[in-house]
Write a protein that binds this ligand. Structure first.
Ligand code: HEC
Ligand code: HEC
Length: 347
C-alpha cells in the first residue's frame, strides 16, 4: 500500500511537471546570468502569445505580396539569421544594406539593429514589415488581413482576450516569440555548470579569448551591448557609418553593435555587411589588426601582436563550444507545421 501511494505520488509529480512545462513560455533566466532588460510588465509573456508570435513570424502573408516572412531572413538553423547572402534579401529579390543579425537572447539587449537605431524590441517589427526592401507592406494592410482572418482573430482572442487586432497587439505577439529565443545550453554552458570539460585545444582558445576578446564579447552573453569598432575598414560599396548615422556624432563613426558570439559556428557570413564567409577569415582579421592603421576601440589595443595559426585554430575551437543544438533544433521554435493552411483565408 505504501509503495502504491509512493508510485501514485511520483506520477502526480510527473503530471504536474509535464503540464507545467507544456504550458510555460520558453523564456527563462539561466543560472548566474544577469537580469534581462526587457520590460516584462509592459508585455507579460504566455505560451499562447508565444505560439501566436511564432505563427506570425513564419507567415509570408504579412508581406505585401505574401512571399516573405520574418523567417526568410531569420532561419532557426543558423541562430535566426540568413546564411545564403552577405546582405539581407527581401521582397522582389531586393538586396538590403546589412547582414541580418542573429536573434538570440534578445531579452538582455536594450537596443536593436547594427547601429542601435531601434530602442525597443516591441517596436522593432514595424521596420521589416514596412521596409521597401524587406516585406514592403503597410501596417494598415497587415491589420486588415489579420482582422479578416478567423484563424488569427481566434488566436488573438485566446492570447490577449481581444479579437480586434491592433498594431500594439501584433507587435506584442511578435516580441513574445522573439523573447523566448534563449540560448544557454552550449558546451561552454555545460562546462560552466561543471557537467562537461573543455578539450585541451578549447581551453587554450578560452584563455586567449578571455585575454583578447571578452572585454567586448563579455560572458555569459558574449556581448556587453555597446557600440565599438573592431578595426574593419569601411565598405566602399555601402558607405555605412554605423552608430554615427543615428547619433550624428563623429566619435560614433564606424561603430557597430558588438554581436553575441553564441552559435557563431552556424551564423555565417560575419559582420554587419557579411564580408567574411568563415570564422578563419574573422580570425585572420583580428590577427593582423596591430599592423593596420584603421581606428579601433581601446579594448583591442591589448591585441598588439600577430596570433599564430595555432592560436587562431584554438580560438575557433573555443568559439565552436558556443554552439547550442537545443536552441538550433528546438521544436518549439520551428515552423508550426500543423498550421500550414491556416493563415489569412480572406485577403
Ligand atoms: C529581408 C530580410 C529581413 C526580414 C524579412 C526581416 N528581417 Fe529582421 N532584420 C534584418 C536585418 C538586415 C536586420 C538588421 C537591420 C539593421 O541593422 O539596420 C534585422 C534586425 C532584426 C532584429 C534586431 C536584432 C538585433 O540584435 O539588433 C529583430 C528583433 C528582427 N530583425 C526581427 C524581425 C521580425 C520579427 C521580422 C518579421 C516581422 C523580421 N525581422 C523580418 C533582415 C530581415
Ligand atoms: C573592441 C571590442 C571588440 C573586441 C575586443 C573583439 N571584438 Fe569581435 N566584434 C566587435 C564588433 C563591434 C563586431 C561587429 C563589427 C561589424 O560588424 O562591423 C565584432 C564581430 C565579431 C565577429 C562576427 C560576429 C557576427 O555575428 O557577425 C566575431 C566572430 C568576432 N567578433 C570574434 C572576436 C574574437 C575572436 C575576438 C578576440 C580575438 C574579438 N572578436 C574581439 C567588437 C570586438
Amino acid at each position: 500500500m505504501k509503495l502504491l501511494l509512493r508510485i501514485f505520488g511520483m506520477l502526480l509529480t510527473l503530471v504536474f511537471i509535464f503540464s507545467a512545462t507544456r504550458n510555460e513560455h520558453p523564456f527563462y533566466v539561466p543560472k548566474h546570468w544577469p537580469l534581462p532588460s526587457y520590460d516584462f510588465e509592459a508585455n507579460p509573456i504566455s505560451l499562447d502569445k508565444f505560439e501566436l508570435g511564432r505563427s506570425l513570424f513564419y507567415d509570408p502573408d504579412l508581406s505585401r505580396d505574401s512571399t516573405i516572412s520574418c523567417a526568410n531572413c531569420h532561419l532557426q538553423y543558423s541562430g535566426f539569421t540568413h546564411i545564403d547572402h552577405a546582405l539581407s534579401h527581401g521582397i522582389d529579390g531586393k538586396i538590403g544594406t546589412r547582414n541580418s543579425p542573429v536573434l538570440i537572447n534578445l531579452a538582455w539587449q536594450n537596443s536593436f539593429h547594427w547601429d542601435g537605431g531601434v530602442s525597443s524590441l516591441n517596436k522593432q517589427a514595424i521596420n521589416p514589415l514596412t521596409h521597401a526592401k524587406e516585406m514592403d507592406n503597410t501596417l494598415h494592410e497587415v491589420l486588415r488581413r489579420l482582422n479578416n482572418s478567423t484563424f488569427y482573430r481566434k488566436r488573438f482572442y485566446q492570447a490577449f482576450g481581444e479579437s480586434t487586432i491592433t498594431t500594439d497587439l501584433l507587435l506584442k505577439a511578435l516580441s513574445n516569440f522573439t523573447i523566448g529565443l534563449v540560448s544557454a545550453a552550449s558546451k561552454y554552458d555545460h562546462v560552466k555548470n561543471h557537467h562537461a570539460k573543455f578539450t585541451e585545444q578549447e581551453s587554450a582558445g578560452y584563455s586567449l579569448f578571455k585575454k583578447y576578446c571578452a572585454s567586448c564579447h563579455q560572458e555569459p552573453l558574449f556581448t556587453k551591448h555597446e557600440f565599438k569598432s573592431n578595426g574593419l575598414p569601411i565598405n566602399p560599396k555601402l558607405n555605412d557609418y554605423g552608430r554615427m548615422e543615428i547619433t550624428n556624432r563623429s566619435e560614433d563613426s564606424l561603430l557597430f553593435k558588438i554581436p553575441t558570439l553564441r552559435n557563431i559556428e552556424f551564423s555565417f557570413p560575419y559582420m554587419h555587411d557579411g564580408r567574411f564567409k568563415q570564422l578563419k577569415d574573422v580570425l585572420a582579421h583580428y590577427s593582423q589588426l596591430h599592423v593596420s592603421n584603421i581606428p579601433k576601440s581601446a579594448e583591442l589595443k591589448k591585441l598588439n601582436r600577430t596570433l599564430s595559426d595555432h592560436e587562431q585554430k584554438d580560438l575557433i575551437a573555443f568559439l565552436k563550444t558556443l554552439s547550442d543544438p537545443t536552441f538550433l533544433f528546438n521544436p518549439l521554435f520551428k515552423y508550426p507545421q500543423n498550421e500550414r493552411n491556416a493563415s489569412f483565408e480572406n485577403k
